[in-house]
Design a protein around this ligand. Structure first.
Ligand code: ZXY
Ligand code: CA
Length: 512
């Protein structure tokens, strides 16, 4: 009785904040714009064997097809209906993906675009991924169905009908975000249409939702929708499990709407995390890695158990958006791997790894004029498959950061050290830092312009460990540098400042 009562309380408290990943699977990966077929294969051949907990997918519902510019990535953030039919695949392929991923213990998180439908200028007729009729001018979406009564126009007080002033909370939530038709989420019928869509996804087996543009919705309206949601499918999840909720609230400070306004509904995306980490690793504004000693709440971030964290996301990796030019991406691979290593070793927040496609980046006047370019596509507009090269990297311009050895091995590191305290911090007052996770793992960085040679307390049991950054343990063999930990836990580390990857990470599952 006592233990079940305790489990019940823990379950109730954790609720929508719990990522619903399997035990010892502590990260998810955003497979941005991937096809459902490719995600199903990736779950089976790569994500499950390497301990990834889940996948954030691109919006699965029907969207408008934009032709000027030609099919930008952001067209998927302009819904036309809640039919499961996009460039990533149809409903059959979606169901197959969810089933196959769940069957290998990798869960699916849906990007839910529920603040708005398509742009007011999207036109009319048959320009949607499922062929559904719609008319943006008259606000008619019969495939949902929504009509003009279901939109916020009467409530919006700005001159243009668009959000003009982010200091005005009502405008941000009741007016159109860059002309996107803003849904009247206080109406129970609108809430029910959205809840029906999300409940269909839950029945198929998804484990949670990223709530897009949450800043642009009243927290009570989001709550009313979430209150209508069913528990997860008991084919894969314990009875009574609530969907994991993480809300996209871009709060870098300076606006009246705060991430904390949404804590009652679930976690929030902590955009300060990647913006600050980029600034530190780039050594901008006099920042140093030594200052990371109190990383997390100490830097003004939301509480760890309310945070969804990431180095970059699909929007801010394009040089604009939240965080601006400090954001590190695959384009800055050496620094990006260090930032990802730091994030995955550090206990703060629930971590999401980005997996991108390459686009023809081209700067004019400091701005990337190709920031709109959509995923690798064929002439007919279909998305190219993710091909896998003999060396395990991806082809067809899929970057697959999650397959980079250093990042993949740090996803495993995080699983191994799960629950262990932040410990044995060391720094040189500059950009050489190290820390451990109890007696399970240890990581050390040299981001200074001179070599590092130091003996440190690792907290680890004595033995020979294989560095999981310069290589990895394969069977009884180590393809990398080895680290000797003495009986007292001390170890000596040598890291050149021009090494390909100037950091070393060891953990108890990579002990020889
Ligand atoms: N877009 C280009 C052209 C249209 C789409 C643009 O220049 N937009 C204006 C600046 C970015 O504003 C947007 C924000 O969230 C969105 C947007 C959007 C969410 C959507 C669809 C959108 O345009 O089109 O579902 C946004 C909201 C904020 C904020 C910063 C940005 O502080 O509260 C874009 C598209 C960006 O750049 C985009 C799309 C989807 C996202 C996202 C950004 O999930 O985070
Ligand atoms: Ca709104």
């Amino acid at each position: 009785m006592g233990i079940y009562f305790l489990l019940l309380i823990v379950g109730l408290c954790w609720g929508q904040y719990n990522p619903n990943t399997l035990p010892k699977r502590t990260s998810i990966v955003h497979l941005f714009e991937w096809r459902w077929q490719d995600i199903a294969l990736e779950c089976e051949r790569y994500l499950a064997p390497n301990g990834f907990g889940g996948v954030q997918i691109s919006p699965p519902n029907e969207n408008v097809i934009i032709t000027d510019p030609q099919q930008p990535w952001w067209e998927r953030y302009q819904p036309v209906s809640y039919k499961l039919c996009t460039r990533s695949g149809n409903e059959t392929e979606f169901r197959d993906m969810v089933t196959r991923c769940n069957n290998v213990g990798v869960h699916i998180y849906v990007d839910a675009v529920i603040n708005h439908m398509c742009g007011a200028n999207a036109g009319a007729g048959d320009h949607a991924t499922c062929g559904s009729y719609f008319n943006a001018k008259t606000e008619d979406f019969p495939a949902v169905p929504y009509s003009d009564w279901d939109f916020n126009d009467r409530k919006c007080k700005s001159r243009s009908g668009n959000i003009e002033n982010y200091q005005d909370i009502s405008q941000v939530r009741d007016c159109r975000l860059v002309s996107l038709l803003d849904l009247a989420l206080e109406k129970d019928s609108v809430r029910s249409r959205i809840a029906d869509y999300l409940n269909r996804l839950l029945a198929i087996g998804v484990a949670g939702f990223r709530i897009d543009a949450a800043k642009h919705m009243w927290p009570v309206d989001v709550k009313a929708i979430l209150d209508k949601l069913k528990d997860l499918n008991t084919q894969w999840f314990p009875a009574g499990t609530k969907p994991f909720i993480y809300q996209e609230v871009i709060d870098l400070g300076g606006e009246p709407i705060k991430g904390s306004d949404y804590f009652g509904n679930g976690r929030v995306t902590e955009f300060k995390y990647g913006a600050k980490l980029g600034t530190v690793i780039r050594k901008w504004n006099g920042e140093k890695m030594a200052y990371l000693k109190n990383w997390g709440e100490g830097w003004g971030f939301v509480p760890s158990d309310r945070a969804l964290v990431f180095v970059d996301n699909h929007d801010n990796q394009r040089g604009h958006g939240a965080g601006g030019s400090s954001i590190l991406t695959f384009w800055d691979a050496r620094l990006y791997k260090m930032a990802s290593g730091f994030m995955l070793a550090h206990p703060y927040g629930f971590t999401r790894v980005m997996s991108s496609f390459r686009w023809p980046r081209y700067f004019e006047n400091g701005r990337d004029i190709n920031d709109w370019v959509g995923p690798p596509s064929n002439e007919d507009g279909s998305i190219k498959p993710v091909t896998i090269n003999p060396d395990t990297t991806c082809g067809n311009d899929w970057v697959c950061e999650h397959r980079w050895r250093q990042i993949k091995n740090m996803v495993i590191f995080r699983n191994v050290v799960d629950g262990e305290p932040f410990s044995n911090w060391w720094d040189n007052g500059s950009n050489q830092v190290a820390f451990g996770r109890g007696n399970k793992g240890f990581i050390i960085f040299n981001n200074d312009d001179w070599p590092l040679n130091v003996s440190l307390q690792t907290g680890l049991p004595a033995g020979t460990y294989c560095d999981v950054i310069s290589g990895q343990k394969e069977g009884d063999f180590c393809t990398a540098a080895k680290v000797q930990v003495a009986a007292d836990g001390m170890a000596n580390f040598l890291i050149g400042n021009e090494d390909e990857d100037p950091f070393i990470a060891i953990h108890v599952d990579a002990k020889l």
